[in-house]
Design a binder for this molecule. Structure first.
Ligand code: FES
Ligand SMILES: [Fe+2]
Length: 393
């Protein structure tokens, strides 16, 4: 798991006037809306004596108030009030928690969990059709009981469709003729690989799946990544009809992942506002279809061993169809060399002792080194030109 990337925190629609605790990268965060309604994400551990800020209250002045002794923290993580000191008391500079850059996009609150300055941050995966009235979108989230990298790799894997998905493949019935075609590079950036390929799709039969009225034949599809945890998947049903799906994944810990699925389609909806009810019904049908397909992935990937991807590719026998997965792993190695990988063995060992809690370092740590909570342990950088701020401290 890596710091210095954008992670989905909560669906915008699920964030109201109470603070909520969210676990990402094996750390706890509080997410809340300030007085202006803007989402804020802070480290959940109060620096006074360890209260959980998410158990507190959102105040009219835009702060979140710790439930233990009432310290208030604003969206920048600064403590604005310590009640035990009395009114108008001076607040010590160290009375602050890590606060993370936040952007609300595509119906999701995203937080940048890391300490990079703005100009150096990787992007949130762009959805080019967002805002285009020719497309309609839905956003859902669900949890899966496995490591996020296993989940992303499953999405980058063109060879599983034939066996796992009744909607995409023939379940091994045509072994004489089946072969994965060429993987053509698509949307490749410094933040991740991507590909498109053409394959034979079966006609859709079950009622919920027949929705797109696909009669079978050649289809184009592909996927790619942006950072370790964001993925696009294009499913081109015909040259003009498509379903584009975007996965924003939050590793809860090493064996649990919260998946946010943003599904865009330029089919199966009415553009007229008068058909709102019908569109909502179609959204539900699309959601059922997506979860039917996701359920097939979940059933298989839950059983994959080892739970984490092996440290050496020699411990798996990769084929040309796994090429993009290998490229994704190369990117992970690159980010590890920059010093962005969390040292999970050490973190787990320390947390087990029960007398230490860490925070993911925020950009504020570049301005001052005086913080109450220690920054989470990272695998030391080996790329001398790109040493993370934290590794250098
Ligand atoms: S622990 Fe938060 S105010 Fe005391
Ligand atoms: Fe799949």
């Amino acid at each position: 798991m890596f710091i210095n990337f954008w992670y989905p925190v909560i669906r915008s629609a699920d964030l109201g006037t109470t603070p909520q605790r969210v676990r990402i990268l094996a750390h706890d965060f509080v997410v809340f809306r300030d007085a202006a309604g803007k989402a804020a994400v802070l480290s959940d551990t109060c620096v006074h004596r360890g209260g959980s800020l998410s158990g507190g209250k959102c105040m009219e002045d835009g702060t979140v108030r710790c439930p233990y002794h009432g310290w208030r923290f604003d969206r920048d993580g600064h403590c604005t009030r310590i009640p035990s000191l009395g009114i108008n008391a001076k607040i010590p500079a160290r009375a602050r928690v890590d606060a993370y850059p936040v952007e609300e996009r595509y119906g999701i609150v995203h937080a940048f969990l890391g300490d990079l300055p703005e100009a150096e941050r990787p992007p949130i995966l762009e959805i080019f059709e967002a805002g285009d009235p020719a497309w309609r979108s839905t956003v859902v989230s669900f949890d899966v009981p496995y490591h996020y990298e296993r989940s992303i790799e499953n999405g980058l894997d063109p060879a599983h469709n034939e066996y796992v998905h009744t909607t995409h493949g023939f379940q091994g019935e045509r072994e004489q003729t089946y072969k994965v075609g060429d993987l053509v590079p698509e949307r490749v950036t410094e933040w991740g690989p991507g590909f498109l390929h053409t394959y034979d799709a079966p006609p859709l039969t079950k009622s919920v799946l027949r929705f797109s009225r696909r009669k079978g034949g050649q289809m184009q599809a592909g996927s790619g990544t942006c950072g370790p945890n964001q993925m696009w998947t294009y499913i081109r049903i015909s040259p003009t009809k498509a379903m584009n799906q975007y996965l924003f994944e939050a590793p809860i810990d090493e064996t649990h992942t919260r998946v946010f699925l943003v599904s865009y389609r330029n089919i199966a909806f009415f553009r007229s506002g008068l058909k709102a009810k019908l569109n909502n019904w179609m959204d539900r049908k699309i959601h059922e279809r997506n979860m039917f397909v996701a359920g097939q992935d979940i059933a298989v990937v839950t059983q994959v061993q080892p739970k984490l991807t092996p440290p050496s590719t020699a411990r798996e026998l990769m084929m040309p169809a796994d090429k993009v997965i290998a490229q994704y792993r190369d990117k992970l190695d690159e980010w590890e060399r920059k010093g962005w990988r969390i040292d999970m063995p050490r973190l787990k060992r320390d947390l087990e002792r029960g007398n230490v809690i860490y925070a993911i370092p925020s950009p504020g740590r570049r301005e001052s080194r005086s913080w109450v909570l220690e920054a989470t342990p990272l695998v030391p950088a080996t790329d001398p030109g790109k040493v993370s701020q934290l590794a250098a401290v």
